[in-house]
Design a binder for this molecule. Structure first.
Ligand SMILES: *[C@@H]1O[C@H](CO)[C@@H](O)[C@H](O)[C@H]1NC(C)=O
Ligand SMILES: *[C@@H]1O[C@H](CO)[C@@H](O)[C@H](O)[C@H]1NC(C)=O
Ligand SMILES: *[C@@H]1O[C@H](CO)[C@@H](O)[C@H](O)[C@H]1NC(C)=O
Ligand SMILES: *[C@@H]1O[C@H](CO)[C@@H](O)[C@H](O)[C@H]1NC(C)=O
Ligand SMILES: *[C@@H]1O[C@H](CO)[C@@H](O)[C@H](O)[C@H]1NC(C)=O
Length: 504
């Protein structure tokens, strides 16, 4: 609201002819002085500002070059929880990812390996854990080796090795993907206290363990300053939480006392599931693949149905070595000439659905597995049913060859699995079944994409004129502007929705 009376009272210059020239002079002199003052203060401020900037620059330059360097593999100290008895059999999994003279760290054993047991250079060196017999452990269904394993982070810290930014703990049956682990850790400031990892897939295990803890088999990453605080109080925690079953629960409880919360990263895989992991890994979230656990337990089938457990991990690692960032990354596309939907999990598998299906369903893991205790559900993510009816299940292809192309791209080929169920007589299904192999070309995915907002890459089916019916060629690429995985037709009957299809 305007106040009119105030305006009326305000008279800048009295209405007096003689006074005006005098006032004008005063005004000009005054303005001049004010301007001088202003100029002076502005230059003073800018001088002070420059001085601050210059000192800051010096300080920054003085921070040792090593500090300023991006986090790389040499900054990680691995602590693998092993035992003399199991190492013999598990070491081949560690050998798959361990890089002699590149990765740093130790496998921690309970006792010396047998005298004549070979210890090749392809193994991480071992350390013998300190004696933990005086610690309290009262979980009646557990094993007190949990105490020893929990202390690996402390014993690793106390080695006092140079230039360690992160302590990463895993089990002897954890397979790490080191480049991707570096990509993930490099996003965080190692000078702050970070506790990074993932939960279990099975709700029952998180309820038993905790949603606030990093599960040890999937891997636990602890920044240097947090490791320092942890090392100080860990032994006390171990005794205080004597009733807890597992080593990772004890670490989680101790981190809770420090007050640091878990930073969840979607690429850590505890793999607390039974059955076939193929549905889970065919629908990986948009995040770098950091770890996989339990690949050697009898409850978990091999990753690739036609290969042994060990051979199928080796196969995926073969693709991983060509393009770490892209491994297991999901791309969805349609072949609109044939009304097919395709789901690619790069370096692992492809599903061909001889009908159109919504992205929402394609993105969801097909439940080829049960919870760790063997129930149908629940999981910490949505799943869709694994249909046993031949006409309702996709045709699956698994990684066969990985080839470098002359243009710097990769060609991965995926073959249909032999037993291919599919005795489906449906007309739509037959031409799809004729496809025996799918070839995928893709550029190398730069790790820098993981600094950006996560988005699935797009793909397209390349139907060359002379292409053979039995061979499908898919190209993966970044999405174009306005591009989305959207079926072109109005879905009158809800046929594109997988669940709807189930109901009808
Ligand atoms: C930077 O380091 C040099 C030599 O170590 C030292 O003389 C100088 O005072 C330092 N400057 C700052 C701003 O810390
Ligand atoms: C990692 O960074 C350090 C600096 O902290 C540097 O000296 C070293 O050469 C780097 N190593 C690799 C493998 O890039
Ligand atoms: C290693 O594991 C395999 C499969 O679980 C088993 O058959 C074999 O006996 C084990 N070998 C040793 C030395 O423990
Ligand atoms: C694909 O589906 C649409 C909508 O149902 C249909 O009109 C079209 O004929 C189909 N094309 C082929 C090649 O089956
Ligand atoms: C698909 O890839 C394989 C190599 O893995 C190659 O032998 C075959 O010729 C390729 N097919 C096509 C149509 O490019």
């Amino acid at each position: 609201m305007k106040d009119i009376s105030l305006r009326k009272r305000y008279v800048p210059f009295p209405n007096n002819g003689k006074l005006i020239p005098k006032l004008r002079t005063i005004f000009i002199v005054k303005s001049f002085l004010i301007i001088i003052c202003l100029v002076a203060s502005v230059s003073l401020i800018s001088y002070a500002y420059n001085a601050v900037v210059v000192t800051n620059k010096l300080v920054v330059e003085n921070i040792s070059k090593e500090e300023a360097e991006e986090t790389n593999i040499s900054h990680i100290l691995f602590g693998i929880g092993g035992s003399a008895k199991t190492w013999n059999n598990r070491s081949r999994y560690s050998e798959l990812w361990w890089r002699p003279k590149v990765t740093r760290g130790f496998v921690w054993l309970d006792e010396n390996p047998q005298v004549n047991e070979p210890w090749p250079d392809t193994f991480p060196s071992y350390r013998i854990s300190q004696d933990t017999s005086t610690f309290k452990y009262t979980c009646w269904f557990g094993d007190r080796s949990a105490v020893r394993i929990a202390r690996i982070v402390k014993e690793s810290f106390e080695l006092g090795l140079n230039n360690v930014r992160w302590f990463v703990m895993g089990d002897d049956d954890t397979v790490f993907f080191p480049e991707n682990l570096v990509t993930v850790l490099a996003k965080y400031d190692h000078n702050q206290m970070y506790y990074i990892g993932g939960n279990s897939e099975s709700v029952e295990i998180n309820v038993f363990g905790s949603y606030s803890m990093a599960f040890g088999g999937g891997g636990i990453a602890i920044s240097y300053p947090l490791a320092a605080e942890l090392a100080k109080i860990l032994d006390g925690c171990i005794n205080r939480y004597h009733y807890l079953f597992a080593s990772d629960q004890k670490i989680g409880s101790c981190v809770a006392e420090i007050g640091v919360s878990l930073t969840k990263e979607l690429g850590f895989h505890q793999m607390d599931i039974q059955g076939s992991p193929r549905g889970l890994l065919a629908a990986h979230p948009v995040a770098p693949l950091v770890s996989m656990h339990h690949l050697d337990v009898y409850m978990l089938n091999s990753l690739i149905p036609s290969l042994s457990r060990f051979e199928s991990v080796k196969k995926v690692i073969k693709a991983y070595n060509k393009d770490p960032s892209r491994t297991l990354q999901h791309s969805l596309c349609y072949d609109l000439k044939r009304n097919w939907s395709l789901s690619v999990s790069w370096g692992f598998s492809i599903q061909l659905y001889p009908w159109l299906m919504n992205a929402r369903e394609l993105e969801m893991p097909m439940q080829t597995f049960k919870t760790w205790k063997g129930s149908e559900e629940p999981f910490t993510f949505n799943t869709r049913p694994n249909n046993v009816e031949p006409c309702k299940s996709p045709i699956e292809y698994y990684l066969d060859q990985v080839v470098d192309l002359p243009n710097g791209e990769t060609l991965t080929s995926y073959s249909i699995i032999a037993d291919s169920n599919k005795q489906c007589e449906n007309q739509n299904y037959r031409p799809a079944l004729a496809v025996r192999m799918v070839n995928v070309t893709a550029t190398i995915l730069r790790p820098q994409v993981w600094r950006q907002a996560p988005r699935r890459q797009c793909c397209e089916v390349i139907n060359e004129e002379d292409s053979i019916e039995s061979n499908l060629h898919i190209r993966i690429r970044g999405c174009n502007k306005w591009e989305s995985v959207t079926p072109p037709f109005y879905d009158k009957y809800g046929d594109f929705a997988y669940f709807q299809r189930m109901v009808r």
